[in-house]
Ligand binder design. Sequence first.
Ligand code: PMP
Length: 487
Amino acid sequence: VPSLPSPQSLKQTATTTSSSSVDDGETPALLHRSLVTRPHLVDHADGSYLYLADGRPILDACGGAAVAVIGHGNAEVIASTAAQMQRTSYIHTGAYTTTAAEDLAKFILECGTSVDGNDSYLAHGLTRAFFVGSGSEANESAMKIARQYFFERGELQRQHYISRRQAYHGNTFGSMSVSSVLGRRVPYEDVLLPNVSFVNPAFEYHYRHNNEAEEEYAERLIHELEVHFLEIGPEKIISFIVEPVVGATSGCVTAPKGYFSGVRSLCDKYGILLHFDEVMCGMGRTGSYFAFEQEDGGVLPDIVTIGKGLGGGYVPLAAMLVNDRIVNTLRQGTSVFNHGHTFQAHPTACSAALAVQKIIRREGLVSRCADLGTKFGQRLRTEFGSCKYVGDVRGRGLFWALEFVKDKKTKIPFEASVGFGAQIHQLAFDLGVAVYPCVGTVDGVVGDHILLAPPFNISDDEVDIIISTLWRAYHEVELHYDNAERG
Ligand code: PMP
């Protein structure tokens, strides 16, 4: 087993210098997130593996950031993308459209694969898709269309967005304004949108009281939400933005039963739009086409944003999907969506994403994700559930997180300086498996967890490698921590 990194080097975990990193002697031309450390240089990728420049294979157990859904190098995707580029490389959507973009929109809006694996038309009421280049842009677009919806209705006093604590919705000004990841807001805090407030997340592991039933917890949250709506003045609120299954900030957190139907009823009561951010948890990741499909009571959002798995990493693509309530209001009003980007609905990107989605559908990969995900989760629970510092093993589909805590009884996290999850990330990486590290506390409570989100077509052998490597990495880090504690 390779030696453990020092806590100091953990700050650099995501971009550790190694023999496969960009040459240290050169000044990098790319502006990376870290200006002092170097990312690993990837030579090529194939299936679930990345191959570093020094030849090391890395089994990507998190698909980058839950992006790779069918792995790398799929010949069919590459061929259809190249064919699209030959046919038309670019059009401006002000005047033109392409079959690639129209077909992808139709495919996503009309078809889903339900949890039981049968392709079915989902009466989810989303009737238009708007394609952009990133999840942040999708959320930005969603925030703008939501405001325009009320503008068209003459409800100009609606100027306020509500989001939740421990939420991440993107890096652009609008999407960051509705995000509560404190670290990322730091230099910008004073210049973000002012009319935003945050309510408590639905996070049973940390916030459900011991004597509280799941449904009671959901009711308490809905009550808190209504109180908050009334404090702000519901007639001033544009939308409530929420991830159905929370990804990176808290680690694959599903909501208690009854929460989302309660949220929907409250939004209806006060005419507030409900925006589901499925940039990370959507596109089959949780074992259903949209994550919200698995919520009780048939909860339907007004706006859904998707990204990551949409293009599976072959192209940068994200989307905002809206229902007829919004489309008709804009059409009957100014008849334009007063927003747009030069590269929106890019034919190459749409064509690649359509090829990815057709493969997923043809090969029944969403139901595989559900089935394999259940087994994967069971194995994670069996292997890690009773470990000394694993507070919680949670997730849905192929979207799982292990949360590390210093004390399982009190659920107190490790001090940030320990970097328990980051050490596991580093060690697993040195052993050839990449997991997604989420380090640093949010609201002073959670944050030390790792996230697993492998491709839907990952092989059983690869799953074995992920579990056994993680097991080895965890136990090394546990031993190291205990030894350090003993002095
Ligand atoms: N929303 C969620 C839930 C996300 O997880 C992310 C990315 N981690 C975003 C929005 C932003 O997407 P992007 O990085 O593509 O801008």
